[in-house]
Design a protein. Structure first.
Lengths: 175, 337
């Protein structure tokens, strides 16, 4: 155990002692559900531990913690929306006789959807449409162009734009 | 700064190659395949820049192949992920509320109403009902049950479209009482019995007296179109009818079963788990999905609370430690290993 790690452990510990109480109370007020609030408070500290450099020079712990917690809240809401829409879509597909994928596939798909939604955050809506029409729905460049009422050259531009954006977001998330 | 610019340029090049890879023109695709490989080989940073994008695209394609119905559910999900965020602040909660109200309703319509919108009697999931019919017979309806009545003629008729009914027939020697399901008929003079109609089979359990059960003639029987295999069922016996004809008559503890039924308990003794899950599913709103391979070969002996199907699920989960029961939403429960 290095001295740096020890210092980090120490600071997480004192941060937790100093801040867990109000963070939990704050989340509870916002959410109205003690269990979810406890989960989220816990996740917030996990996030904090995962981002090491934030730990060492944390000037405004409260601001940092609330920002992180808010982001987690947004993620959670988005996850719930994705899940609902996807499952509802599967119900319709099953009703139409498409059958239903096995549970483990549903879970994998939900995970993928979340990641893709996250990567696509911030992309313009036309570019996003082009991207999903081509890669998810399997339309050719010409078909996408016709659907969006633009030239194929423009479609390619959109695709490049989205790929660059996603690449940046993904490698940013990893680093 | 210079480096970042450089990095942007590299990722732009990577993206351009990737887009060319599935251009509409096959010759261009082929050229791009070779060019892309050479470009990646030229500098490790090139390959690195392409990697994240390719990984993402692989996920998108997997997603397309993941559902038999293709991309539509996935597209709907991705659109929903974005939509609310773009609306003005106020609309968010309102929309959420509307969705919260509409979605359950819509799901329950999807799973329930369209098949028999105009049945004479029906119960929703998790709902029980009791009726005294015009001829004095008593009918108890289980959860998610639909039935039609025609009591004026002879025989007196109850058609069970889905679900289960417990019949207490008022004796009328001139007019027999008949229950029909898609799998066959049960005819009685005065008696007490349970009819449970599922998609694949109909089960008849006798509590009192005797009925005559008519199902489609099995394969071996010499038969015209209307031929029925007839089986007499006595108190304490049970029988399953399928499209292939009546199954064997099995003894049951009728008193315990009847008590369980009126106490809203499901009593199962050494039944396949898939059977039990099917039955429980009828008492839960929404969807219970199980992985057929994972539950194959598992058998259950249990008394399960039907008026609390979620607890019943937990009881099952507890007795099969290898099994995972996940509640994805209150409307979807997955059972697998």
């Amino acid at each position: 155990v290095t001295a740096v790690e020890l210092a980090q452990r120490e600071s997480v510990h004192s941060l937790y002692i100093d801040h867990h109480g109000w963070l939990y109370a704050w989340l509870r007020r916002r959410l109205g559900c003690p269990d979810t609030a406890a989960d989220l408070a816990h996740d917030t500290f996990l996030r904090l531990i995962a981002s090491r450099d934030a730990l060492l020079g944390l000037r405004e712990p409260r601001a940092y913690l609330t920002t992180t917690a808010k982001r987690l809240l947004v993620d959670r809401a988005r996850r719930a929306r994705i899940e609902q829409a996807y499952l509802a879509g599967l119900v319709v597909a099953a009703e139409e006789g498409g059958g239903h994928p096995p549970p483990e596939r549903v879970l994998a798909a939900l995970e993928a959807l979340e990641q893709i939604a996250e990567a696509l955050e911030g992309v313009s809506s036309k570019a996003r449409n082009a991207f999903l029409a081509h890669y998810l729905e399997g339309e050719s460049h010409a078909e996408v162009a016709a659907r969006l009422g633009v030239s194929t050259r423009m479609v390619r531009k959109y695709l490049v734009q989205v790929l660059v954006h996603c690449g940046r977001r993904i490698s940013g998330a990893v680093a | 700064m210079g480096r970042a610019r450089n990095g942007d340029e590299v990722s732009e090049q990577a993206a351009e190659w990737i887009v060319r890879l599935d251009a509409d023109d096959p010759a261009e695709r082929e050229a791009a395949r070779q060019g892309f490989a050479a470009w990646k080989a030229r500098d490790p940073r090139h390959a690195e820049a392409a990697e994240a994008m390719e990984a993402l695209l692989a996920r998108v394609r997997d997603l397309r192949d993941a559902t038999p119905s293709g991309h539509r559910p996935a597209r709907a999900a991705l659109d929903s992920a974005r939509r609310t965020r773009r609306w003005p602040r106020r609309a968010g909660p309102l929309l959420g509320l509307a969705l919260a109200l509409v979605l359950p309703l819509w799901l329950s319509l999807q799973s329930w109403a369209p098949s028999w919108p105009i049945a004479d009697l029906q119960t929703a999931r998790g709902e029980w009902d009791q009726r005294v019919l015009s001829d004095g017979s008593r009918l108890a309806l289980g959860s998610a049950t639909a039935a039609n009545l025609d009591l004026d003629g002879s025989p007196r008729l109850v058609e069970v479209i889905a679900g289960e009914i417990l019949v207490d027939v008022a004796a009328d020697p001139t007019r027999p009482f008949e229950v029909r399901t898609r799998h066959g008929r049960v005819r009685a003079l005065g008696t007490r019995f349970l009819v449970r109609a599922q998609r694949e089979w109909t089960e008849v359990v006798m509590f009192e007296s005797r009925v005559r059960v008519a199902g489609p003639a099995g394969d071996g029987e010499e038969a015209g179109g209307d031929a029925f295999a007839l089986v007499d069922l006595d108190a304490g016996e049970r029988l399953r009818l399928t499209d292939a004809g009546p199954g064997p008559v099995e003894p049951v503890d009728a008193a315990a079963l009847e008590q369980a039924w009126s106490g809203r308990r499901l009593v199962v003794s050494d039944r396949p788990l898939s059977d039990v899950l099917d039955q429980l599913a009828r008492y839960r709103p929404g969807w219970t999905r199980y992985d057929a391979a994972a539950v194959a070969g598992l058998r259950v002996t249990a008394v399960l609370p039907l008026d609390d199907p979620d607890r019943a699920m937990r009881l099952i989960a507890a007795s099969f430690p290898g099994l995972r029961v996940r509640t994805l939403t209150p409307y979807l429960v997955l059972v697998g290993r």
